[in-house]
Design a protein around this ligand. Structure first.
Ligand code: NDP
Ligand code: 13P
Ligand code: ZN
Length: 352
């Protein structure tokens, strides 16, 4: 008897392009959202996007409530939840980088309330996914959360965001190569649930980005377009899988461990990119995939070495040898690699 079932939750509207910020109220209409919104933003995105969007709403006679968060924390999520109750908000709008969007995402999950994602930085694929990540204790990896009802990504704003945020978003996409390799391995060895559609989409997304790498340059709106579309596609792959597996393997474990060992040293995408070079090497030591990943990262100005991440060699080795412990996710790291093996992979790939 066939008893399988699936429930895929995706954004209903994805609006990307030049000046689309001005269409935010149209998206609200299209979704038939009523009542008062609560905007969740952070200082720079507030000035660039949240205040202008608030003005649009005010012209329509709607007065949005606003919370401006400084750091990603569960206290900030709590503040949003309390404000939503106090201000009688009907839905949330996360406006900013991953910090503001994930806080809105986690709060909306708790409140059972819809939320919209308005990214001002193409820094990682969390801006569209159904996964939320807010640092708690030692935990850095994402958990299941509310997917956005809509994503409104204005390429004019995204193109002007700091270049390193965009290169981090590119590296997060390039890391899909090794995430999918790890996922297939875990499926074969541990019977981990696997989706061919999701894996193919995640891989194809990385391929399209790498094929277009030459067009990804600072300040170009077309680059913001390419990167944002790729982030959308990667987010959809995670929603299809109901897991971050298509976009997160051992290279993400490595990055999450670096976040604990060297907090705020480097951006998420840059760390997973460097991790991806090393885990691709572990999958196959011959020049090929790992050198292609390294070259693709270098071509978009993303770090390829520990030095470029601003992280010392010992920390890289500690992260590599311990990161398999942080979560129940089988990868090429298996039940852990020893220090000798870690030093070998990091040295041979030129990471240290
Ligand atoms: N859900 C997921 O799968 C994932 C979630 N994350 C989470 O995302 C967060 C990191 O995301 P990230 O986007 O790097 O962090 P932030 O949201 O902190 O943004 C990074 C920096 O860029 C600034 N900024 C944002 N947009 C612009 C812009 N257009 N122009 C100029 N400056 C801008 C912010 O300013 P300001 O400080 O003023 O806000 C901030 O200083 C973390 O909280 C992490 O846990 C990370 C990876 C995956
Ligand atoms: O960053 C992600 C995908 O790019 C989310 O992955 P994690 O579940 O490992 O946090
Ligand atoms: Zn990621």
């Amino acid at each position: 008897m066939f008893e399988k079932s699936t429930w895929i939750r995706l954004p209903r509207n994805v609006v990307v392009g030049h000046g689309v910020l001005e269409r935010t109220v149209d998206v609200i209409d299209d979704l038939h959202l009523q009542g008062r919104p609560l905007f969740v933003t952070s200082p720079t995105p507030r000035r660039l996007a949240a205040d202008p969007i608030a003005a649009q709403f005010e012209e329509r006679g709607i007065d949005p409530a606003m919370v401006t968060v400084e750091t990603a924390s569960f206290d900030a999520v709590e503040t949003v939840i309390e404000t939503a109750d106090a201000e009688e908000a009907s839905y949330l709008v996360g406006i900013g980088g991953g910090k503001a969007i994930d806080i809105a995402k986690m709060a909306s999950d708790h409140l059972d309330m819809g939320f919209l994602s308005v990214p001002t930085a193409a820094s990682h694929d969390g801006i569209v996914s159904n996964r939320g990540s807010v640092p708690e204790g030692d935990t850095r990896h994402s958990v299941a959360a509310e997917p956005p009802l809509a994503v409104i990504a204005d390429t004019e704003i995204l193109a002007e965001a700091p270049w390193e945020l965009t290169t981090a978003g590119c590296a997060d996409i390039i890391s899909n190569y090794t995430a999918v390799m790890d996922w297939r391995l875990a499926h074969r060895l541990k019977n981990v649930e696997y989706s061919e559609y999701s894996a193919a989409l995640a891989e194809m997304t990385a391929e399209i980005l790498v094929d277009n790498a030459a067009m990804i340059r600072p300040g170009l709106e077309e680059s913001a377009w390419i990167v944002t579309k790729a982030l959308m596609s990667s987010g959809v792959a995670m929603s299809i899988a109901s897991s971050s597996r298509p976009a997160s393997g051992a290279e993400h474990l490595f990055s999450h461990q670096l976040d604990r060992l060297a907090p705020d040293a480097a951006l998420h995408g840059h760390q997973v990119g460097v991790g991806s070079i090393m885990t691709a090497y572990l999958h196959d030591g011959d020049p090929g995939v790992w050198t292609d990943i390294r070259d693709a990262l270098a071509s978009i100005d993303a770090p390829t070495t520990a030095d470029e991440l601003g992280i010392d060699a010992d920390t890289v080795l500690e992260a590599l040898t311990t990161c398999h412990e942080i979560r129940d996710r089988y990868t090429i790291l298996g039940d852990g690699i020893d220090e000798q093996a870690a030093r070998e992979v990091a040295t041979r790939t030129g990471v240290i």
